[in-house]
Design a protein around this ligand. Structure first.
Ligand code: PRP
Ligand code: MN
Ligand code: MG
Length: 180
C-alpha cells in the first residue's frame, strides 16, 4: 500500500539487549518483594519487547495483554485509541507494569493509563522502549524509557509500518529514496 522504502539501522539488537538488562535491574529493584506483579503488554507493538523484558526480570510475574490501536496503516496517529482486546485478568489491588514499544504523540499510553487506573490497581508503572518527546501532544511520560529518539518513523523489534517489519531484530528508520 506504500511507496518503496528502505530501512536504515538506528539501534542495534545488541544495544537493545544491553539496555534491557539495565532496565530489568531497575525494575527488579522497584518490585522486589511483591508477589503480585502483572506485566501488561500493549499489542501489537510491544510483543517483542515484553518477551525480552520479562525473561530478564527474575521476579514472579503474570503476563497479560491489552490490544490498543490508533495508527492503522498510516504514519499519522488517528488520535483515537481503540481498545480491540481487553485484559484477561483482574488488576484491582495488583501491582501493574504497562509495557509499551514507543511513546509518540502520547495518546495511546495516556488512554491506557486512564483506563487501567479506573480499575484500581495497587500500583501502576509504565515502561516504553522508545520515546519521541518532540512529537508529544498529550502530557505523558513512561516511568522508564529505553531510548529517546528523534522524530523519525521507526520500525522493527515489534514496531510496524502498515503491519510490516515487526520481525526485524533491530530498530530501523524508514526512508523513502525518491525523496530528497
Ligand atoms: C503504535 C505504537 C504505540 C503507539 C504510539 O501502535 O505501538 O502503541 O502507536 O503512538 P502514540 O504515542 O502516538 O499513541 P499502533 O496504533 O500502531 O498499533 P500496533 O501496536 O498494533 O502497531
Ligand atoms: Mn502499539
Ligand atoms: Mg502500529
Amino acid at each position: 500500500p506504500t511507496r518503496p522504502y528502505v530501512i536504515d539501522e538506528m539501534i542495534s539488537a545488541k544495544a537493545i539487549a544491553a539496555r534491557i538488562e539495565d532496565l530489568a535491574r531497575e525494575i527488579r529493584a522497584t518490585f522486589e518483594g511483591t508477589d503480585k506483579l502483572v506485566v501488561v503488554g500493549l499489542l501489537r507493538g510491544s510483543f517483542v519487547f515484553i518477551a525480552d523484558l520479562v525473561r530478564e526480570l527474575d521476579l514472579p510475574v503474570e503476563v497479560d495483554f491489552l490490544e490498543a490501536s490508533s495508527y492503522g496503516d498510516g504514519m499519522e496517529s488517528s488520535r483515537e485509541v481503540r481498545i480491540l482486546k481487553d485484559l484477561r485478568g483482574e488488576i484491582a489491588g495488583r501491582d501493574v507494569l504497562v509495557v509499551e514499544d514507543i511513546v509518540d504523540t502520547g495518546f495511546t499510553l495516556s488512554h491506557v493509563i486512564r483506563l487501567l487506573q479506573s480499575r484500581e490497581p495497587r500500583t501502576m508503572r509504565t515502561i516504553a522502549l522508545l520515546d519521541k518527546p518532540s512529537r508529544r501532544e498529550v502530557d505523558v511520560k513512561a516511568d522508564w524509557t529505553g531510548f529517546e529518539i528523534p522524530d523519525e518513523f521507526v520500525v522493527g523489534y515489534g514496531i510496524d509500518y502498515a503491519q510490516r517489519n515487526r520481525n526485524l531484530p533491530y530498530i530501523g528508520k524508514v526512508r523513502f529514496p525518491d525523496e530528497a
